[in-house]
Structures are given as C-alpha cells and as structure tokens.
Write a protein that binds this ligand. Structure first.
Ligand code: BEZ
Length: 402
C-alpha cells in the first residue's frame, strides 16, 4: 500500500483497517503555527471482487489504479486519496447494500467498480439516484452507456458490444460459415452473444446454436458434448477469469481443440494463460489490448507494472490504470475542486487518454472509442496480430444524456 494512502475496508473486506480518527488526532496534536492547510482527501470507494472466479481481475484493476495515482505522488489534482474497499463477490444481489455502504455510510466522493455487469448495473442505479461520480473499470453492461447513461457515470473499459463485434468479420475471413456460441447466461454473456451474431451474420454466416450456463458455473461437459454432435465450422465464446481457464482446459480434454477451432472475446485468454498455456496455443481472440503492442507507452507500462507487482499486466490492469488516469486528468483540470461537477464531467467527456492500450477518447455517452486488436496465443502471451477494427465506438443505443 502506498504509505500516504488511508485504507478502510468493510467487515466483508480483507485488508487492514487504519482508523481515520487516528489521522485526525495526529493532525490536532500539531501546534497551530505549523499546521499547513491541506486540501481534504478525495474519498474513493473501490467495489471490486476479491473472491470468486473474478478475484484476480479485481486485484489487477486495483494494482493498475494505484499505479496511476502513485505516478502522481499519490495525489489527484493535488488531493490525496482515502480508499474504501469492498469485496463485491461478483454477486449482483449484494450490489445495492454494498454500494449504499460506500455512498451513505462512508460518504465516498467517487465509486470505482465493478467487474461483473450485474453488479455494475446495481451500482449505476444508485449512482444515478445519488449523483455520485461512478467510474467503471471493467463491467461492459451495454445499458449503462445506453438507456441508463448519465452525466455522472463514465466507463474506462468497453461495452459488451465492442470486443466481439469485430470477431464475426475475423471468423468469416477465415472461411467459417456455421458457428456455435457459448457463454455464461448473464448480461455480459447475453450481450456479447447478440453483438457477435449481429457482426457474424452480416457477413452471411449463421450462428446455428447459442449455448449457455448460469454464472459462475463451470459444468461444461454436457455443452461440449452438444458442440461435438452439432459439428459447427467453429465455436465462439465469452468467459473470463478462473472459469475461462477451466473452459479452455475442458475444451481440449473433450478432444475438440484440434477438430473445431475456438475463438472468443479476448477475456477468454487474458490473465489466465499461465494455467492453460498448452491447451490455449493458437487461440484467436479480439480485444482492446494485447501483450505485445508496438507502442513505447505500453512497453514502459509493462516494465513498470511487472517490477512493482511481480506480475505481468493484463487488460484488467490497463483498465484500472486508465481509470486512475481519467480521474487524475479530470481532477487536475479543475485544480482539485471536486465540487465543480460540471467542469469535471466536461473534462472527462471527449477526454483523450494516453493509455498503454493506445490512445482512446471518451465518447459523448461516456464509453471509450478505441481500437480492437486481433491477438493469437503464443506461449504465455496474447500476441498482437493486427488492428481488427480502428476506433470502434459503441452504438450507445437508447442513451439520452440529460
Ligand atoms: C462483465 O461482467 O461485464 C465482464 C466480466 C469479466 C470480463 C468482461 C466482462
């Protein structure tokens, strides 16, 4: 932990609690002439998974966010950050209570979260009602930058529509005409399925079957048996985290790897390759990040991240980092005056972000306009192959920004 951060964790969290009152007592103990007026700390509530199938995604996002803040001496717009953390367990049923703890009890200025689309939808509802600034460092739920779009909600990652939209074109170019889609049945899986079908069927291909199982189940065998009996030209999928590693291993164990080529949105192979390196070789995916981008900015980021955390960064680390960048740039533009909400929102809308993934811009509906890359698994890397779609903007269907 950065020594100047103050960290609070709810009873469901697992990190140390350092009392705010201890800090206040220390400040009171100083003789008055030596007290320099410090701007109040900015309270940031990090609502991310620390347990379950998406736990490592939550860690990478936290690491990236803290790295961006640390690069600015631990301050955004001249203000230190006071962190409040909650393990949301990727459980949408607990999202309202967890969000309210941060907003009503801890009175955070900014909500950062989450990974799971269902959790983020619950958070966004409360952010809309209370006007709390919400920055989404992963969850792709299309509605958040569609019908639920709001002046105080910004996404720094992707919409579920974005990463798989170019995949249909990629697969058609490889001669595939019939495809089975498979994913978890919740917002991220269902919306990815819709976007893939839209992109693939435009090319004349056909999604012959959509298969699904509830999140976060990993009983893939019956569905893999169904794929074997359908014998499509190829399979496309959405899975992420530990469940994605299990799917790749089971796909190979079912004898499908060399018979029916597997493709996916890049979440299927990001951050999990150490676990399934042999079974994943050659897998083609589309995503807004790759491990070997020809960008000096990315090389610098990767070296720094690996040195600091003894881990290779992945797309989630980049999204966390970019969330820190967006907050810092916006806070710098208002000189730390968080109360100036209109100017803060104006600074974020249309913001150019100099990201390790490549420069992207924030759309009017508050979602990144970004390049989507084609990647191939080689060794333990999602190697950059080409730009599958330049500057792809989410259609943001139904967004009427107030
Ligand atoms: C989602 O639920 O939106 C999601 C989770 C993990 C990776 C990508 C998307």
């Amino acid at each position: 932990m950065n020594p100047i951060d103050t960290q609070h964790t709810t009873p469901s969290g697992r990190r140390n609690f350092i009392s705010r009152t201890a800090g206040a007592a220390a400040a009171i103990a100083l003789p008055a002439p030596f007290v320099h007026a410090q701007p109040a700390k900015l309270k940031v509530g990090m609502m991310l998974p620390a347990t379950g199938t998406f736990a490592s995604l939550g860690t990478a996002i936290t690491n990236g966010f803290r790295m961006a803040v640390a690069e600015r001496g631990g301050k955004v717009g001249g203000r230190e950050i006071e962190y409040f953390t909650i393990d949301d367990e990727s459980n949408p049923a607990k999202a309202p209570e967890n969000t309210n703890r941060l907003v009503q009890r801890d009175k955070v200025d900014v909500l950062v979260g989450s990974v799971h689309s269902g959790v983020a939808l619950g958070m966004a509802k409360i952010a809309r009602e209370t006007g709390t600034l919400m920055l989404i460092p992963n969850a792709g739920a299309d509605d958040i930058t569609g019908p639920m779009c709001a002046s105080n909600i910004f996404r720094t990652s992707f919409s579920n529509w974005q990463p798989v939209h170019p995949l249909g074109k990629v697969m058609a170019e490889r001669g595939h005409k019939t495809v089975v889609w498979i994913s978890w049945k919740y917002a991220a899986g269902d919306e990815s399925a819709r976007s893939f079908k839209e992109g693939f069927e435009k090319t004349g291909g056909k999604v012959v079957k959509e298969l699904g199982l509830p999140f976060p189940n990993v009983e893939f065998q019956p569905l893999l048996a169904e794929i074997a009996s359908i014998k499509p030209d190829a399979v496309a999928c959405f899975f992420a985290g530990a469940g994605a590693a299990k799917f790749i291993a089971d796909y190979a164990a079912a004898g499908l790897k060399d018979k029916i080529p597997l493709y996916g949105s890049g979440f299927i192979t990001d951050g999990i390759l150490q676990a399934v390196q042999p079974q994943a070789q050659g897998l083609l995916t589309t995503l807004h990040y790759a491990d070997s981008l020809p960008l000096a900015r990315d090389k610098e980021f990767r070296t720094k991240y690996a040195t600091q955390y003894k881990l290779q960064p992945d797309v989630y680390a980049v999204q966390g980092y970019d969330t820190g960048l967006v907050l810092a740039q916006a806070m710098e533009s208002v000189k730390g005056d968080f109360g100036n909400k209109q100017a803060l929102a104006r600074a974020m809308e249309g913001m150019k972000v100099d990201s390790p993934r490549g420069t992207w811009t924030m759309s009017k509906q508050h979602n990144p306009i970004q390049d989507i890359y084609l990647r191939r698994v080689e060794g333990e890397q999602n190697k950059y192959v080409s730009v599958a779609w330049k500057a792809l903007a989410d259609p943001a269907r139904g967004c009427r920004m107030a």
